[in-house]
Design a protein around this ligand. Structure first.
Ligand code: UDP
Length: 528
């Protein structure tokens, strides 16, 4: 009750990184905070606001005080084409540096936006990849929490590797070694376990991210204690920061079909059409295939996967972004693939309503790239995973799913595609490999049955964590209380600073009994 009344006084400003894998959980968090009575504004660029408006409008229709605010994105100043404002629009690796320079350049626009607000927000929640928000919060004396979007397993692993000097010591990026000082035995290599912004030219960005985290008022982690409690505690103590496990944020809307369908981009198919297709399939019989918002398979690999899915004989729904590539769409059309598999395969040529699919009883397996949101969505819906990681934190999520939680099966992909020899033409898994892996996941005998049971248990725990009395619910209550106190303190400090800056009253003012209004000096005005 105390937390609910504290929340009603609070206004949170949420600043996601401009990538769907970061915006979607941030919008989920907005719903969670607003569900506790707070007012929440998600600040992003015009293109990203347009894409995520349906989800925010859905929350508003549900009576939640969530709104979107737009700030400018100066991509063209850095050589990017007009309208490129999301990481999924970066078609060439050469665009990355310019893109992140433009992201960092959002600082001035954010500060101007906050200064123009009638009342200063109580807290900024910034994505860990938006460390430039730290300067804004410092100038305006606003508490700042950092939201991490990968698993804590991954965050702790890269922390341990950096702390023990492994990145400096290991020359061969594919050399396997154990993560030192880690709570569980984990064997990795530096190709599959590296932090963000580890590419030439991004050194300052990487340093800023580390500093932005170290100077935060606390960390929000999109996970829950039953899955990552030991990693959460180890990470918080390693950084000496308060940390709260407030997820899985996707589980906050499990019963809200409308907003599940409208997450992120507009789906290229009507969710109702997919649902009726799934309704016609037996329980736990359909494999859902998706590589998230950023990963695109090479055409050769996509074709091997298509053949393997067909040969496996299992029903499948495939969110095939790759169909926008000429080589893939020509192959699909030339083969008459879609008609050939039409009795059991559904191709979604673009954005799919992922959570709607995973939450359907017919969903029996998820061939996933192991993005952290996809991983949490698999966990939250009790769908066992066939893991096919590509880069970044995805190999860590695979370890967590397969080795720690034992709710996944490895597809057999072991290195990021960029480490494959040229003659492999991007293929790590042939159609035969796909058939073998799909069969193991979907029809794994006793082990498969036990895996499915574990997945269901975990889903129940995820849901329980988010409900009243659950660990993530309690952690969010704690966050609200903490922000309420911290914000009040900062407000007092601001007021004291303002008073200290006021010039002493002039004798005329002291003796002024005429009742005339004294004009406020705009330079001294401080919002509170
Ligand atoms: N997603 C979706 N439909 C798609 C592809 C992705 O709804 O066709 C959503 C998915 O549910 C997840 C997010 O986009 O919430 C992707 O985040 P994730 O961390 O899984 O992967 P990333 O895209 O960051 O690699």
């Amino acid at each position: 009750m105390a937390a609910a009344s504290a929340a009603k006084e609070l206004h949170f400003l949420l600043v996601p990184l401009v990538a769907q894998g970061h915006i979607i959980p941030m919008v989920d968090l907005a719903r969670l905070l607003a569900g506790r009575g707070a007012r929440v504004t998600v600040v992003t660029t015009p293109v990203n606001a347009a894409r995520n408006r349906a989800a925010v409008e859905g929350a508003r229709r549900g009576g939640l005080a969530v709104e979107l605010a737009e700030i400018a994105f100066t991509g063209p100043e850095f050589g990017l084409p007009e309208g490129v404002q999301n990481m999924d629009q970066l078609v060439d690796i050469a665009m990355y540096l310019a893109f992140f320079k433009a992201v960092w350049n959002m600082e001035a626009a954010l500060e101007a936006y906050v200064r123009a607000l009638p009342r200063r927000p109580d807290c900024v929640v910034a994505d860990a990849c938006n460390p430039w928000t730290a300067a804004v919060c410092e100038h305006l004396a606003i508490p700042r929490l950092v939201l991490h979007c990968p698993s804590v397993y991954f965050l702790l692993a890269i922390h341990c590797l950096a702390k023990h000097g492994v990145y400096d010591r290991v020359a061969d990026q594919l050399e396997p070694f154990e993560v030192p000082g880690f709570p569980v035995r984990a064997v990795v290599n530096t190709a599959t376990c590296r932090g963000f912004f580890q590419w030439p030219g991004a050194e300052k960005l990487a340093c800023d991210v580390v500093d932005g985290e170290a100077t935060a008022d606390g960390l929000l982690l999109n996970t829950f204690r039953d899955v990552e409690g030991v990693f959460v505690d180890a990470y918080a103590s390693a950084l000496g920061l308060r940390a709260w496990a407030i997820g899985p944020t996707c589980a906050a809307r499990l019963d809200d079909a409308d907003s599940s369908a409208s997450r992120g981009n507009r789906a290229v198919v009507d969710a109702a059409r997919i649902v009726s297709w799934l309704d016609a399939r037996p329980p736990a019989s359909v494999l859902y295939v998706s590589f998230g918002s950023l990963t695109h398979l090479r055409a050769t690999q996509a074709i091997e996967l298509a053949r393997g899915l067909e040969e496996s004989g299992w029903p499948f729904v495939w969110a095939i972004k790759e169909a926008t590539a000429a080589a893939v769409s020509e192959w699909l059309d030339g083969e008459g693939y879609e008609e050939r598999v039409s009795d059991r395969g559904l191709l979604v040529r673009g954005w799919a309503p992922q959570v709607t699919i995973l939450s359907h009883p017919a969903a029996g397996g998820f061939l996933t790239h192991c993005g952290w949101n996809a991983t949490l969505e698999a966990i939250s819906h009790g769908v066992p995973a066939l893991t096919w990681p590509n880069f970044s934190d995805q190999f860590s999520s695979e370890q967590l799913l397969v080795d720690v939680l034992r709710v996944g099966v490895r597809s057999g992909v072991t290195v990021p595609p960029m480490f494959l020899p040229a003659e492999a033409e991007g293929v790590q898994l042939t159609s035969d490999g796909v058939v073998k892996a799909v069969t193991e996941l979907m029809d794994g005998g006793d082990e498969g049955t036990a895996r499915r049971a574990r997945a269901k248990e975990l889903a129940a725990k995820a849901r329980a964590a988010m409900e009243e009395g659950g660990s993530s619910h309690a952690d969010l209550t704690d966050v609200i209380g903490y922000v309420s106190e911290l914000s009040a303190k900062k407000r007092q400090e601001r007021d004291a600073g303002e008073t200290a800056q006021q010039p002493p009253p002039s004798p005329a003012e002291l003796g002024d009994i005429s009742g005339d209004k004294v004009e406020a000096d705009p330079a001294l005005s401080v919002q509170s």
